[in-house]
Design a binder for this molecule. Structure first.
Ligand SMILES: *[C@@H]1O[C@H](CO)[C@@H](O)[C@H](O)[C@H]1NC(C)=O
Ligand SMILES: *[C@@H]1O[C@H](CO)[C@@H](O)[C@H](O)[C@H]1NC(C)=O
Ligand SMILES: *[C@@H]1O[C@H](CO)[C@@H](O)[C@H](O)[C@H]1NC(C)=O
Ligand SMILES: *[C@@H]1O[C@H](CO)[C@@H](O)[C@H](O)[C@H]1NC(C)=O
Length: 345
């Protein structure tokens, strides 16, 4: 626009010199052209800043959106975009410079293969609060630099079942943070962590009753991963919980282990998972102690009530012992008879 303005002034001088109406008309046309070129740079209904383009709450956003090629942050929240198709963010083969892309709350149902192709520098992808029903196996291909993927409150059951395949792509090799909170998950929707560089896995507010053997052994292999599990309905039957509980106690991976609470059975609701079975252990020791004490008391009472009989019995034993001792004494005297010793020699 400033270019256009100075151009206009320059032309104004020319106009004064030439005083030609026709020339004036041409200048106006050129300015209009330059202004519209500027408008093309910042899409209609969007706000554009240095390297950010923000388009929110608009029904008119159609992908692929024409944004300045140097845009680094693109925010497209609440625009009712239902499908992300092939190269949805770089229409004609040219790679974009985008570092962060936010597509929150768009009613996105489907991510097709190569939807994010052409964004080789993308670091952060926000897809929370959508309604993913279908995620193609190649949905995240081409995201070789991606560090953070946010999929919070966004997976419908079919979408969740597609996720292990989509996340096993080799192109997510730099992924560090994966947010899967609020998705009603019962198991970790990953077939492994080998292809990722995960350091943070957020699984809060899901439907985990426990972590099963497969999930635990998968996690044990990657001790650098920190995992968050609060706000899940854990099932606190101590025999079932043992493996998970041992892992919680031994591993430092679960960063919010102290906040995990039981949801079932009812009588253990809202008790902390780390305390529930320890309490039961303590309880059983106390019970054992009480039983032993009772047995002891009963024994003492029996002794007390039978004290006469016992006394008699003891006397009998003493008598018997004395008789026996006398027999021995007699034999000893016989054995030490000197006459018998001489016979032996
Ligand atoms: C498409 O490519 C042409 C040149 O090949 C370029 O001028 C234009 O800006 C591109 N459009 C988008 C949306 O990238
Ligand atoms: C969003 O888009 C779908 C079709 O893609 C349409 O049926 C629906 O009415 C739209 N929602 C709103 C709030 O405009
Ligand atoms: C937890 O997840 C449910 C969906 O599973 C969502 O409706 C709810 O808002 C989430 N709660 C929080 C605190 O995020
Ligand atoms: C975890 O700790 C428990 C005791 O708290 C122990 O019996 C168990 O063997 C440990 N498991 C591992 C895998 O270290």
């Amino acid at each position: 626009m400033t270019d256009c303005y100075s151009f206009k002034i320059k032309m104004e001088k020319n106009r004064k010199q030439l005083k030609s109406k026709r020339y004036h008309f041409t200048v106006g046309l050129m300015c209009l052209f330059l202004l519209s070129a500027d408008a093309y740079e910042c899409p209609y209904t969007c706000r554009c800043y240095d390297s950010s383009v923000i388009c929110v709450d608009s029904e008119e956003i159609k992908l692929p959106l024409k944004v300045p090629r140097m845009t680094q942050n693109l925010t497209l929240n609440r625009n009712n975009i239902s499908v992300l198709s092939d190269r949805a963010f770089s229409a004609n083969g040219t790679d974009m410079e985008l570092l962060a892309l936010s597509l929150e709350d768009n009613n996105i149902r489907e991510i097709k293969s190569c939807a994010f192709c052409g964004l080789p520098r993308l670091l952060s992808l926000e897809l929370s609060h959508n309604r993913l029903m279908a995620v193609d196996a190649g949905a995240f291909s081409g995201l070789g630099q991606l560090r953070n993927l946010y999929l919070s409150n966004t997976l419908m059951a079919p979408g969740a079942s597609h996720l292990p395949r989509a996340l096993s792509t080799a192109s997510l090799c730099n992924l560090q943070t994966l947010d899967l909170s609020g998705n009603r998950l019962k198991t970790i929707p990953l077939s492994g962590f080998d292809n990722l560089s995960l350091t943070t896995l957020i699984l809060t507010n899901n439907s985990f009753a426990t972590l099963d053997t497969r999930d635990l052994s998968m996690l044990n292999e990657f001790s650098e991963i920190s995992i968050y599990l609060s706000d899940n309905p854990f099932e606190c039957k101590c025999d079932k919980l043992k493996e998970f509980n041992d892992w919680l106690n031994n591993s430092t991976q679960c960063k919010d282990a102290d906040n995990l609470k039981c949801a079932q059975p009812k009588e253990k609701k809202d008790i902390y998972v780390l305390k529930v079975c320890r309490q039961q252990d303590l309880g059983s020791y106390v019970l054992l102690g009480i039983v032993l004490a009772l047995i002891g008391v009963v024994f003492l009472m029996v002794l007390y009530l039978n004290r006469r009989g016992i006394k008699r019995w003891l006397n009998n034993i003493r008598e018997a012992c004395r008789d026996q001792m006398e027999v021995y004494h007699y034999r000893y005297e016989q054995d030490s008879d000197p006459r018998l010793a001489n016979v032996a020699v």
